[in-house]
Design a protein around this ligand. Structure first.
Ligand SMILES: Cc1cc2nc3c(=O)[nH]c(=O)nc-3n(C[C@H](O)[C@H](O)[C@H](O)COP(=O)(O)OP(=O)(O)OC[C@H]3O[C@@H](n4cnc5c(N)ncnc54)[C@H](O)[C@@H]3O)c2cc1C
Length: 493
């Protein structure tokens, strides 16, 4: 009987098991497809891999959960209560910002405390902050609530959004949005940082991304106990329980196209895969540049050849022999330069020296990440991607030592004598591990000319049975973005 049903089911293959791919597989299965998910890594999760080294655990990618309801929806589709599988703990402060002159600014769960902390730096800005929050909410109400899960492949639909885009002055940057309300340089830096967390330069990223500010205020900032890896583990179990088949350590190397339709995929083991629909969770630049080259139209030609990629990431993973009790769960440590540093990261050809760092200390919330009386950390440093002429093979170790020195000088005192089990990922690792074009951290950057209709569509522009989810597609990078791209998929199938 089951076999009988099975042969009449349409088959879908999802290539890539990042959060976008896993969410797509879960939603496709609910729609009645027989689903297979294929990934080149050893585990599901895409960039959210987990490293375990001698008692120290590290989430390799995302750490910050900003819209947990998007995960809840995936469990709800199968009448499961997410609280039985995952515990999301609200963090406070959400982030600590540490400036070059040692000023500290805590961005907190409580609005009143945040305003009070702003007042200590600039009383004038404390009065204006609620106005900025309101402006961010106005963008959020439309761009996130109404448009993030809606397909943007119709040019007509895009044109209908022009009045809204003009109203929000979308051609302006996040930094200019923040500067309209805040005058203090430190606060401008702190509140314009979110685009960097999804791969964009705050000075050139469309101010639509200011919605992140209200997204955090509306839904909070969380840590999943056990880490992001625990979310991946529970989604893996969910996929198994609903009958999605998983094929790991397998790279799709060739895509055969007949009459503008994919007829088969060929993997790294020489195996041929066939399905009715194909969903790519790969970096769309890798897909269109390396796997699909016989079909082209002006939109894809333009995106394929002129898209600007996001920056690269240098991520240093390490443990310490002691606990740094005063270090918060999330800390952003600024160097002296801001605008100049961002220019070096996005346009430069060399490694910056005066760096800014995002420091993750999961052991502040969850001690299972390290042996007793120890800490687990990762330090993420935005750097130029592989478009820049940096040889990571020869410069990686020296840069690692520089990052350790900066951390030791600014926040993790005497780190050189306490650090253990350190290793790093560079943009070269992102290229090698995830086939990320130019080793970028977040696929294409979130500029106005690379957003909505201008971003890679969730229904392929040229191949009839191909759909796309993930960071390089609408609505964009970050966990909320890629989970929303899987919701768009449901509407375009
Ligand atoms: C260090 C870091 C920190 C981050 N922090 C946060 C955070 O705190 N909060 C947040 O919301 N977001 C964060 N992000 C962004 C977020 O993690 C990503 O945008 C999101 O996870 C990307 O998901 P995705 O669906 O695009 O797939 P990806 O995670 O990019 O996965 C795609 C998968 O496809 C596989 N693949 C590619 N090509 C092939 C092929 N040909 N055959 C088989 N498999 C293939 C890749 O190997 C990979 O496993 C962070 C990202 C990084 C890198």
């Amino acid at each position: 009987m089951f076999f009988f049903i099975d042969i009449y089911m349409k088959k879908a293959i999802v290539i890539g098991a990042g959060f976008g791919g896993m969410a797509a597989a879960i939603r496709l299965r609910k729609k009645g497809y027989k689903v297979e998910i294929v990934d080149r890594c050893n585990n599901l999760g895409g960039r959210a891999q987990v490293f375990n080294v001698n008692g120290f655990r590290h989430d390799a990618g995302p750490t910050l959960i900003t819209a947990p309801f998007l995960f809840k929806e995936l469990f709800q589709l199968y009448n499961k209560n997410i609280n039985e599988y995952l515990t999301f703990v609200p963090l406070n402060p959400w982030y600590r910002f540490v400036f070059d002159d040692h000023t500290i600014f805590d961005y907190e769960q409580s609005l009143d405390s945040t305003i009070e902390n702003i007042r200590k730096i600039s009383p004038r800005d404390a009065a204006n902050y609620p106005k900025m929050l309101k402006a961010s909410k106005d963008i959020y109400d439309i761009a996130f609530e109404k448009l993030s899960h809606i397909p943007f492949h119709s040019f007509l639909f895009m044109c209908k959004q022009i009045p809204t885009l003009l109203k929000f002055k979308s051609h302006k940057s996040v930094y200019s949005f923040v500067s309209k309300f805040l005058s203090n340089d430190k606060l401008r830096r702190a509140f314009s940082i979110p685009p960097l967390l999804v791969g964009g330069n705050p000075f050139t990223t469309t101010c639509i991304y200011s919605l992140i500010h209200y997204l955090e205020r509306a839904h909070g900032v969380y840590f999943a106990m056990g880490g992001t890896g625990k979310i991946v583990l529970e989604l893996t179990k969910l996929l198994e329980s609903i009958g999605v088949s998983v094929r790991l350590n397998t790279t799709i190397e060739r895509i055969k196209i007949d009459n503008s339709r994919i007829s088969e995929l060929i993997d790294s083991h020489g195996k041929v895969h066939k399905a009715d629909v194909y969903v790519s969770n790969m970096d769309p630049l890798h897909l269109y540049k390396n796997l699909i080259n016989q079909e082209i139209n002006p939109s894809i030609f333009f995106k394929k050849n002129f898209s600007k990629t996001s920056m690269g990431l240098f991520v240093l993973f390490f443990g310490t022999k002691k606990r740094y009790e005063n270090v918060q769960h999330h800390t952003i440590i600024f160097g002296k330069e801001y605008k100049k540093l961002l220019k070096k990261i996005f346009k430069g050809n060399e490694l910056p020296y005066d760096i800014s760092i995002y420091l993750h200390r999961p052991t502040a919330t969850d001690r299972s990440f390290a042996p007793k009386n120890c800490d687990s950390f990762y330090a993420l440093v935005p750097v130029p991607n592989l478009k820049a002429n940096i040889n990571w093979h020869t410069s990686g170790n020296a840069f690692k030592d520089h990052v350790i020195k900066v951390l030791s000088d600014k926040i993790l005192f005497d780190l050189e004598n306490n650090i253990v089990e350190e290793f790093y990922m560079s943009p070269k690792s992102f290229q090698d591990n995830y086939l990320s074009h130019q080793g970028s951290g977040f696929s294409i950057a979130p500029y106005f000319t690379q957003s909505a209709w201008f971003r890679f569509h969730n229904k392929s522009e040229i191949i009839k049975n191909l759909y796309l989810v993930g960071a390089g597609t609408h609505p964009g990078a970050g966990i909320p973005g890629v989970l929303s791209s899987a919701k768009v998929l449901e509407r375009v199938l």
